[in-house]
Ligand binder design. Structure first.
Ligand SMILES: [Ca+2]
Ligand SMILES: [Ca+2]
Length: 356
C-alpha cells in the first residue's frame, strides 16, 4: 500500500472518530446523561383511575379538566395493553376523581392512541370542542370531538395531512382550526434520529384550517407541547431536544414571527398556561434515557418547571417539583388551577397536588 493511501485511510479513520466522539458528546448533552436529580416533593397524591398514563391534561376556566390516557409511544414501554381513553375531572370537587369519557360516533376505538390535546370553547353558544392527536397504527391524525353532557365525546371529524406527519401536540384556535407541532420532520424514526445526532433543526409548526394548511414556523429540533398566551397573541412551543421554550407572535393571517427562546435546562414536554397569571407550567423529563429502559430499579424521573413573566426581559424559570421516578415516572404535563396542580405522565400514574 502506498504511503499516500495509508495516510488517506488514517485521515478518514481519524475524521470518523472525531465525528463519532462529537456525536456521542452531543447526544450526552441532549439527553442530560450526567445530570443528577435532587428530589423536591410537594403536597401531592395519586389520582384515582389513572394507571396507564395521562400524556396530556388541560383545564378549562370553570375547572373542568380533560385527560388523554394510554399512549403507546415508539420505544417507550407501556403498562397497559388496551386502547387509549379520555377522562374528565372536575377540579372544583373536594376530591377530584377522573371519569372515563364515552366516545360516540364513527371513530375506531380499538386503535385509539391519544396523545396531545387541546380544548376550544365556542363563545357563541358555549359549546366545547376537544381536539386530540391520535396515532392509530402509528399514523398521525387529529380527532375533533364535541363534549356533550357530563361524560360523552361525540366524534365530529378526523384530520390528516402531509404537513402533519408526526404531530405531538396541538392548540385549537377555532372550531376546526389549530396550530400543530411535529416532533419529527421525517416519518422515518432513523432519519429523525439522524437529524438529532447532527443537530439539524427541521421540525415545523403548522397552521390548519379547512382550506388553508401551511407551515408557519420551523427550525425546531423536536417540537413537543404547544399552547397560547392568555391574550392569544403568542404561541409557545417546547423544543424538547433543545431544552427551551420558543415564543412566537401571531400576526395577521395566522403567520408566526419568532420572538425568542427561554432555556429551561430540561427536556420539557407539554405546556399549560395558568388562566389567572399567564405563567407557563411544563411537565419535563430530567433523565430521558431512562424512559427507554424503564428499569424499575432505576426509573425515569419527573420534573415540573414554571416560567413567570416570559414576555419580560427577565423570565423567571423555577423548578417546582422533582421526583427520581420512585413516585412518578416520566412526567409530561403539569396543569395548574387555583393553587392546585394536575400532573400527568406518558405511561405511569397522575398526581393531584395542593400548592396552597
Ligand atoms: Ca396540549
Ligand atoms: Ca407531548
Amino acid at each position: 500500500m502506498g504511503a499516500m493511501r495509508k495516510l488517506l485511510i488514517a485521515a478518514a479513520v481519524a475524521a470518523l472518530a472525531v465525528f463519532a466522539a462529537n456525536t456521542y458528546t452531543r447526544m450526552k448533552v441532549m439527553m442530560l446523561v450526567s445530570r443528577e436529580v435532587t428530589v423536591k416533593h410537594r403536597n401531592c397524591q395519586y389520582l384515582q383511575n389513572i394507571e396507564c398514563g395521562a400524556e396530556d391534561i388541560t383545564i378549562l376556566k370553570d375547572g373542568l379538566a380533560f385527560f388523554s390516557s394510554g399512549l403507546k409511544f415508539p420505544e417507550v414501554p407501556s403498562f397497559c395493553d388496551g386502547p387509549g381513553k379520555m377522562y374528565v375531572v372536575d377540579m372544583l370537587h373536594p376530591k377530584p376523581t377522573p371519569v372515563e369519557l364515552q366516545i360516540k360516533g364513527e371513530l375506531d376505538l380499538s386503535s385509539f392512541n391519544p396523545h396531545g390535546i387541546s380544548v376550544y370553547t365556542d363563545e357563541a353558544d358555549d359549546s366545547i370542542y376537544v381536539f386530540v392527536v391520535n396515532h392509530p397504527h402509528s399514523n398521525s391524525q387529529i380527532e375533533i370531538f364535541r363534549f356533550a353532557e357530563e361524560d360523552t365525546l361525540v366524534h365530529l371529524k378526523t384530520i390528516s395531512h402531509p404537513l402533519l406527519p408526526s404531530v405531538n401536540d396541538i392548540v385549537a384556535v377555532g372550531k376546526e382550526s389549530f396550530y400543530a407541532s411535529n416532533d419529527q420532520y421525517f416519518p422515518s424514526r432513523t432519519l429523525h434520529l439522524l437529524t438529532l445526532l447532527l443537530g439539524v433543526p427541521m421540525c415545523e409548526v403548522v397552521y390548519y384550517s379547512p382550506g388553508d394548511v401551511r407551515v408557519v414556523a420551523g427550525g425546531i429540533l423536536s417540537g413537543n407541547g404547544i399552547n397560547l398566551s392568555l391574550d392569544k397573541r403568542y404561541i409557545y412551543v417546547s423544543d424538547i431536544a433543545d431544552h427551551d421554550i420558543d415564543v412566537f407572535e401571531r400576526k395577521k393571517g395566522e403567520q408566526l414571527v419568532y420572538i425568542k427562546s427561554v432555556a429551561v435546562g430540561s427536556l420539557c414536554d407539554n405546556i399549560e398556561v395558568d388562566h389567572r397569571t399567564g405563567d407557563l407550567w411544563m411537565g419535563c423529563h430530567p433523565n430521558p434515557m431512562k424512559l427507554f429502559s424503564s428499569d424499575p430499579k432505576d426509573p425515569p424521573g419527573s420534573e415540573i418547571i414554571r416560567i413567570q413573566n416570559i414576555h419580560s426581559q427577565h423570565p423567571v424559570v423555577t423548578v417546582e417539583y422533582v421526583d427520581d421516578g420512585h413516585v412518578l415516572m416520566g412526567s409530561t404535563v403539569a396543569a395548574p388551577y387555583e393553587g392546585r396542580l394536575l400532573v400527568g405522565t406518558i405511561f405511569h400514574k397522575a398526581l393531584y397536588c395542593d400548592l396552597r
